[in-house]
Each structure stands twice: as C-alpha cells, then as structure tokens.
Design a protein around this ligand. Structure first.
Ligand code: MTE
Length: 315
C-alpha cells in the first residue's frame, strides 16, 4: 500500500512557531547534545537528551511527588537491551534514534509515514502519571507527549479498525539483548490496544520525560504510555502502528498467555498467577506497602470502557 509523507498537522495541534523552531534546533543540534549522566560502569552510550518544552497539564498531577529522575531512568524494563533492570541504561545508548520514522497503516483512509520531527510539531503537554509495572513496583513520572487520538485523526481510521498494534524497533546490531538471543520473547516487541482504549484521552504518544527528550532506555524517540494498564502495554521505541480489524497477539501474551492477558488493566483483585497484585512498591520503597488502586487510580476516567466485562476472564 502506498505510504505518503505526513500532510500539515491541523492548526489546532500546531505548536507556537518559536517552540517549534527551538525543536528544529534541537533536532539539528543532536550531535552536540549533552549526554544523560550514566551509572558508573555504563558503556560508551551517548543517548541524546535535549530540553523538550511542553505545557504542564494541571489535570494530571497525582498526590505523590514525581519519582526521582535518576531512578526512573536507571531502573528499567527494556528486554531488547537485557533483562536486568540496570541493563537498559548501560546498553541502550547503542540505539540510533535519529533519523526515525513511524509507519501508520492498516484500516485507515490515509496511511502514512511520520518522522520524529513531525511528531515533535504536535502541541506537547506534560502529564504526571502514575506508572505501575506488572511486577508490582510503581513510579510517578512526568511524561511529555500528546494524545494518541490526535495522531489517529491524521490517518483517519476506517469503521473496520477495532484494534491497534504497536510494533517496536528490531535492530540486533544495536540491541545487545537481542544479539544475546535471550529466550524470553519473540521479537520485535509487539503490543496492542482495543481502539477505544487507544483513542482514550489518557493514552499518550510520548516523546519525553522530566522536561527532556526520552532517554534511550525509556523508549526513545517515541513510546506509548497507557497509565491505567500494567507497564508492559506501553511499548517503547515504536516503528509501526497498525489499525486492525482483529485483536493482535502481544509479545507477552504469546510468551505466557495465562500470566499476561491482552487487557492488562491494573487490578488489585486479580493476582498474577505467581504473585499478588493487591499491593505495590512505590519506588524507591523497599516493601510493597501501598494498596494497588483499581485501574491504577484512573477508574473514574476509564472504568466505563469495561462496563459489563468480566475483568478476571479478560485480565
Ligand atoms: N517496550 C519494549 N520495546 N521492550 C520492552 O522490554 N518493557 C515494558 C514496557 N515497554 C518493554 C517495552 C515493560 S515490562 C515496562 S514495565 C515498561 O516498558 C517500562 O518502562 P520504563 O522503563 O520507562 O519504566
């Protein structure tokens, strides 16, 4: 199917000219950009981190303070770079995040490929979201991005689009975890959402965190953040977005269907087969001393998406 370059973004989504000029400088100036301080012993990774201007959205400020940036950027899950929490910050600098394009195809009237520079033209906002991993730890993170539904509007999903699949980068030459042939997941890492979940205003196309572009270990240059679901639904380093008629099979569901369902909504009442989800460890706490909230605290906004559904069967 022919894929065209992105047309102009609708005026309502356009960022003030000066901000966007600054972002152009940002893209042009990548080579000289300051690197994120890495943990001692980190490899010669030089992730490109630059300031990313965004309107703070006061509607998304949880009662807990934001997790310390150093923790959120050094304690990660990104199996393409190894399965240890400290592996991504050590190894993800190998990933070349410019140039970068995302193909948007499938059940859409206007398939197209967008460059990272096109995504940076959207009106970005900062939203501080609770982020809950299926492993029962959580953080509070100021993400910078824009609603997925705004990206979807550009490609005009057809009436047959019922699901969205997110496929992430697969570059063995830049990904040590893949080179190591770890028998964990089938690559590339793939995730999916029902169309109404993807279009929900909480679902964020994310380009930055803590007022800066994303560090590689957090999914540079573009990832998803779906705050009411376990963290593995939030695919990192996305290269392809497909609107589909049928429910896609995500990587974790394929690896262990009974442990990682398609929905993966944060739910204190449905335990993981190997551990409880009743409580969580809000990092840097050492113990799971907090009660997990239904839909990670976003029930008021999203519970209606699942009205009448058995959330145990559809975990
Ligand atoms: N995306 C890719 N491509 N590969 C991964 O291994 N891990 C997921 C998700 N997205 C993962 C991924 C999991 S399990 C979690 S908890 C979050 O990323 C972690 O995001 P963070 O490191 O920014 O906290």
């Amino acid at each position: 199917m022919p894929v065209t370059r992105i047309p102009p973004v609708p005026p309502s989504e356009i960022t003030p000219r000066q901000v966007w000029l600054d972002r152009r400088k940002l893209i042009a100036g990548m080579a000289g950009a300051a690197a994120l301080p890495l943990l001692p012993g980190a490899a010669a990774a030089k992730p490109v981190i630059e300031p990313l201007e965004a309107q703070k959205n006061p509607g998304f400020v949880p009662s807990d303070p934001a997790t310390e940036k150093r923790l959120a950027t050094t304690y990660n899950n990104f199996y393409e770079f190894g399965t240890g929490k400290g592996d991504p910050v050590r190894n993800a600098g190998e990933l070349k995040v410019r140039p970068w394009t995302v193909e948007i195809v499938g059940e859409v009237a206007k398939p197209r490929t967008v460059g990272i520079e096109d995504l940076l033209k959207f009106a970005l906002e900062e939203r501080i979201y609770r982020f809950r991993c299926v492993e029962a730890w959580s953080m509070v993170i100021p993400w910078v991005g824009f609603e997925f539904n705004k990206l979807a509007a550009l490609v005009e999903p057809t009436g047959r689009a019922k699901f969205v699949r997110f496929t992430t980068a697969l570059r063995p030459e830049e990904m040590s975890g893949i080179r190591a042939n770890l028998p964990v997941l089938d690559w590339p890492y793939v995730e999916g959402l029902r169309i109404d979940e993807a279009m929900h205003p909480l679902t964020l196309v994310t380009l930055g965190m803590y007022g800066e572009t994303l560090p590689n270990q957090n999914g540079a240059p573009v990832r998803l953040v779906v705050p009411w679901k376990y963290g593995y639904k939030s695919a990192k380093s996305i290269v392809r977005i497909e609107f589909l008629e049928k429910q896609p099979v995500s990587s974790w569901t394929k690896a262990a269907m009974h442990e990682y369902g398609f929905y993966s909504n944060v739910n204190p009442n449905v335990d993981h087969p190997r551990w409880s989800q009743k409580r969580e460890r809000l990092l840097p706490a050492l113990f799971a001393s907090r009660e997990t909230e239904m839909f990670n605290g976003y029930a008021d906004q999203v519970a209606s998406l699942y009205a009448g559904m058995d959330l145990r069967a559809n975990h």
